[in-house]
Design a protein around this ligand. Structure first.
Ligand code: GLA
Length: 636
């Protein structure tokens, strides 16, 4: 199947006479798939149980006539105002106890019975109405799940979840260390979500609540998905994940439940930093999809995060899109088709900007549509879409735990450490993927463990087996410290990984000022008192204590980095560990099965080991890329 191309289409924001022009412009741009109706619940069900599908019928018919398929949204992310007024108990309550009101979006409690019932009602109504519509290609359930609620419904559901997890209160009291600050629970009814507290909250309770929020939303997604599967067994059901710093769901778990992994990605960096973040997002998505194709559900034609919404530079819209395709996307979609004239996101760029189709952005959108058509579909094959020799461990639970207050340094940042590991290898042209600590890692040449605070006994044991079997393991500080209940492993850090690494860390010494190591340059934020216990020192702190160590274990090597290095220092460690790549910074070369994507993110001409005929332009590729140029050739 050719690559999908399109975006969120919100025709309800426009008079009907614009719709025909939309379809004509979509055809001009090569659009093949649009997501319709993500926030249209109040227009589809203007009062309880009364449905007004006429406008959506006309939109879908128009799209079908134009040969454009629809990723039909189930609009349950934003209940209508009548619903919120009738069921105030279904409105989100923040941890401070503030009950939010409608007037924005995503204001619901997924545990509220009225919300669950109304959500399933609109899901069924849409399923029954459009099950046979020729435009229907996919179901897009909800939007960016993730609004936590702290109300009494959520509290009751949390208690049920905890009973299943722990069986009895003794186990819960033990796991949460409730003996501290006299929090011992003697009745389930005493347990609440982690609402506003006088001082620090209980970290195990906070982490379990995040797990619960993800599971509770997943339980409701499953209900919606199963209902749709019953009505349309052939139509895939997906939902779009939000990336970056706001992830409220456990994407590894969710990815086993969706028919297609779909992600939204909005880089916060600009230029090369945006390209690095794009590769990171795409590798995460492919990893969640277990190496299979996934969908870029949303991106923007401009930069939308940060203090300024700036245009993407000429060529960047296509280059970012091709990065996603190179790394396994089966389609490239945008938020949104036409830039809105009013409403909260009226300044968000669209594929058709406020200026209209006579614009640079729309011309680039059309050129991208043409380019995507020329990239042939994947041949069916057993091998993975993209080969990666290096895996980076990523576990959202460990990340959530490091977001708690009360840690030894407010500068600990698990996501930043994971991003650095990816970025450093991306700059050298080493293709990486992400893995959960419970995954089988034996196929990877190296595994990087950047600040994985929580780790289970089993995962730690498996890492040891991996190294003994010949793997290279590079662990960074603040890993292996705690068990899955955030309880610290005694006897010296890094707890569960101490033996594998051959070190015993006696003390943490967070740094106020940078220090310079004997090798690998400047270190910031963090340092440790490391004792060698089988490992050798590779770099030392100014006082002489080991800072970077390595230990031969069985056939493999286990490295430990006990401080925060800069990118070049971390790259130096990886190089010593045999992980240097041969790529040039800003030049991205990725092989997707039998196609090689070569993308020049720099402003200069760049030599590349790529030859053949560019499938996009039909021009020969002779080992050089022009500034900003992207080519796709058949692998030889
Ligand atoms: C998210 C949402 C969209 C829109 C975009 C704006 O990804 O899913 O509805 O708000 O952000 O960037």
């Amino acid at each position: 199947m050719p690559l999908w191309y399109g975006g969120d289409y919100n025709p309800e924001q426009w008079p009907e006479e614009v719709w025909a022009e939309d379809v004509a412009l979509m055809r001009r741009a090569g659009v093949t798939l649009v997501t319709v109706g993500v926030f249209a619940w109040s227009l589809l069900e203007p009062s309880e149980g009364r449905h007004t599908f006429g406008w959506l019928d006309r939109v879908l018919d128009l799209l079908a006539d134009g040969g454009i398929r629809v990723d039909l949204a189930v609009p349950t992310a934003s209940p209508p105002p009548w619903f919120s007024l009738a069921h105030p108990d279904a409105l989100t309550v923040t941890r401070d106890g503030v009950r939010l009101t409608h007037g924005s979006r995503d204001t619901y409690c997924v545990s509220a019975p009225a919300y669950r019932a109304a959500s399933l009602r609109i899901t069924r109504a849409l399923g029954e109405r459009y099950r046979d519509h020729p435009a229907l290609a996919m179901w897009h359930v909800h939007n960016e799940y993730g609004t936590p609620c702290h109300c009494d419904h959520a509290a009751a559901a949390f208690r049920t979840w905890l009973r299943e997890r722990y069986g009895g209160l003794d186990a819960l009291n033990d796991a949460w260390t409730t003996a501290f600050w006299g929090q011992h629970y003697s009745d389930w009814a005493q347990i609440t979500p982690p609402r506003a507290t006088q001082y620090l909250p209980n970290p195990a309770q906070a982490l379990d609540f995040r797990r619960f929020v993800s599971d509770e939303m997943l339980a409701h997604f499953r209900e919606q998905r199963d209902l749709l599967r019953e009505l349309t067994p052939e139509v895939p059901v997906t939902t779009n994940y939000v990336l970056a710093g706001w992830a409220s769901i456990d994407h590894w778990k969710w990815s086993r439940e969706v028919d297609l992994v779909a992600v939204d990605h909005y880089p916060s960096g600009r230029g090369t930093a945006a390209a690095e973040q794009t590769a990171f997002a795409a590798d995460l998505a492919r990893s969640w999809a277990d190496g299979r194709p996934w969908l870029l559900m949303e991106q923007a034609t401009g930069y939308v995060t940060g203090p300024r919404m700036t245009a993407k530079e000429p060529g960047e819209i296509a280059r970012h899109s091709l990065q996603h395709v190179a790394r396994g996307a089966k389609g490239v979609m945008f938020f949104q088709w036409r830039a809105s004239l009013g409403g909260a996101e009226q300044w968000h760029p669209g594929m058709v900007p406020h200026t209209g189709p006579d614009s640079r952005v729309f011309r680039e959108v059309c050129a991208l549509g043409e380019a995507l058509k020329r990239i042939p579909p994947d041949e069916p094959a057993d091998e993975p879409l993209v080969e990666a020799e290096v895996a980076i461990l990523w576990d959202e639970e460990a990340w959530w735990a490091v977001q708690a207050p009360g840690l030894p340094s407010a500068e600990l940042d698990c996501l930043a450490a994971v991003e650095q590991a990816h970025r450093v290898l991306w700059r050298q042209g080493v293709t990486t993927c992400f893995a959960h600590p419970s995954h089988d890692l034996s196929a990877y040449r190296a595994v990087l463990v950047p600040s994985l605070y929580l780790i289970s006994d089993e995962a730690a044991r498996d890492l040891g087996t991996y190294v003994r079997g010949g793997g290279t393991l590079v662990v960074s500080f603040f890993s292996g410290i705690a068990d899955e209940h955030t309880r610290i492993r005694p006897g010296g850090y890094p707890g569960a990984l101490r033996e594998i690494l051959g070190v015993r860390v006696e003390e943490f010494r967070p740094l106020a000022d940078a220090v310079t190591l004997t090798d690998f340059g400047v270190a910031t934020a963090w340092s440790e008192v490391v004792h060698l216990d089988g490992a050798e020192a590779v770099a030392r702190y100014p006082g002489g204590g080991p800072a970077v160590t390595r230990r031969r274990l069985g056939e493999g090597m286990a490295w430990y980095v006990s401080t925060r290095l800069g990118d070049s220092g971390y790259a130096g460690v990886l190089a010593r560990a045999g992980l240097a790549g041969s790529g040039a910074p800003g030049v991205e070369i990725v092989r997707r099965r039998d196609r090689v994507f070569a993308l020049n993110h720099t402003q200069d001409e760049q030599p590349v080991p790529v030859h053949g005929t560019d499938l996009i332009s039909g021009e020969p590729v002779t080992g050089v890329l022009n500034p900003g140029q992207c080519v796709v050739v058949r692998a030889t």
